[in-house]
Design a protein around this ligand. Sequence first.
Ligand code: GLA
Length: 673
Amino acid sequence: MHYGGDYNPEQWPEEVWLDDVRLMREANVTMVSLGIFAWSRIQRAEGVFDFEWLDRVIDLLHENGISVDLATATASPPPWATAAYPEMLPQDENGATYWPGSRQHFAPSSPVYRRLASELVTALAERYAQHPAVVLWHVNNEYGCHLHYDYSDNARDAFRVWLREKYGTMDALNEAWGTAFWSQLYGSFDEILPPRKAPYSRNPAGMVDFRRFTSDTLLSLYTMERDIIRAAGATQPITTNFMGAFPPADYAKWAAELDVISDDSYPDPNDPESFRNAAFARDLMRSLKPDVPWILMEQSSNAVNWRPSNAPKAPGQMAALSAQAVGRGADGILFFQWRQSRRGSEKFHSAMVPHAGEHTRTRREVVDLGRTLAALPQLPVGRRDARVALLFDWENWWAIQNPDHPVVLDYAVLVQRWYNALHRQHLQVDIVRPADDLSQYSVIVGPQLYLLTDAAAENVAAFVERGGHLLVSAFSDVVDETDAFLEGGFLTRLGDTLGVRVDDFGALVAPSLVVGASSAGEIAAAVGGGGPGQAHATLDSPAGPIVGTYFAEEVRVVDAEVLGSFTDGRTAGSPALTVRSTGAGRGYYLGTIPDDAGMTALTGWVAREAGVEPVLAGLGEFVEAARRGDVLTLINHGGDTVTVDVTGTDLLSGQAVTSVTLGSFDWVMLRTP
Ligand code: GLA
């Protein structure tokens, strides 16, 4: 179990380093992430490296038994680099330059940036590949975090190369993008631009390709550095820190290139539901590489400094969120940052050593958590605990992001809401792509599978053939990977499994007001009366009456049983929820998107039909239960003390228990029979 944080000693005089290692030892720190933003300190000018200070820091840490997650320092190019090579700066869609003076001011496809980064990483890797303190390599930092998309000439040139490799001929690209419409036929790859500011909506297939290109380009930076590190003879694992479900980078595709997944996580302490967002990210990270425990690479010890107002974490909340990460598969808990800055942009961000001193609550909680984690035994990997999978796919996200759809959907918010419905019922969930191996699951929840490849559709259909229970909801199987409709309407590939087709989507009005609204009353109140548009649709179902939002689809039954019909509005009396049985398999289709209560009712009903049990029955919705092999983690995120009847052995005390009492933010890990 790693414990530590980002260590930026270049901000401090050397005498402070001695104090740092003393305090690290007191806090049971095992590993620090070193040098993440130290490029300008390591390389004072082109070709001029100063490693002596870094040697001294690494040696000092090593002498004190603290390992190093050594960063490649390429996330913030130094002023000499951008002064000499301004062409490496990125641009926004209006052609405005992102200037230096902050961080991440590099165009990912800039040849100059790539050369300078390679030279730095080569020098670092050759110097430290064999250093016994270095146990992990930390490539760059949060790729794309501030700068999601670059539209500079660097991107223009690289996008053309990427497209040429993908399509080979102009005819193939013109066909895939549908450029015959709106006079967009290209005669040469050299006519293509990144999707810069245009008078009206841009070619949707081109937009999806640009997002694929951006993710691939960022990934190629990672693999470039990784390969340099390996070529220098380093044998330590290599990672780069993810940011949960982060739109520009398809982490599901990236995961294969990382030895260990690491994630940064900053749930808003002021939002009583944000622990579910954190749980989603943690389950996603575990699912990306199920055989290797992941690392929580960054969290805050207390408040951050980048929200409009930055609530502190309540006493115990930081430890509770840390336990959540461990309970959901992490073998490391680290923070940004070790010692609170005295100067610079992040001086108000909390740290493991607060500016106010060692007597603070934050420092006490950091020391307590270090002691607690050090006392935990080795935990099982727990790769086969979930029987439910939630489908989540970046390419689908990028396609749904395009404008000009029947209704504006926020795919990430929707997937999170479906996840929350499962989480509230304490169902253990993996988060996977439709084309991934689904063999361990009994239930698959597939929300808004708008862009679906043939291979993914076949995989999902095969899951039902094998006896799985599949729940697909509205706006699914609409386009192929080029964002084009298929012959024969909608649900053309999943239709045989589900026994239905969709003839039309029937958007419900005021979707932006519906996001987050949790009951029919709230939605109706938000929308008001009048107009032909319907705000929501109701339907009956075996899980009780359900409020539908966004769509009341015209669902045509081909070979399915109708389980529920719309009970009001334009589609009243027509099928809303259907099932087709294939042996023991069930293919459920829902022609709308339920409100939160409906998501909970429906997913719970499907899970029960499939015989899937919650991790623990009878828990309130603010008590979280997660399984990791034979270890059960229980966390009370609510304000009231709860008592839970459960049999097991407390991992920390060694005591056998038949019930546990948890105050606010208390948690326990039990080895269970
Ligand atoms: C990100 C960065 C860190 C720091 C934190 C602050 O995660 O990687 O360098 O800026 O945010 O929350």
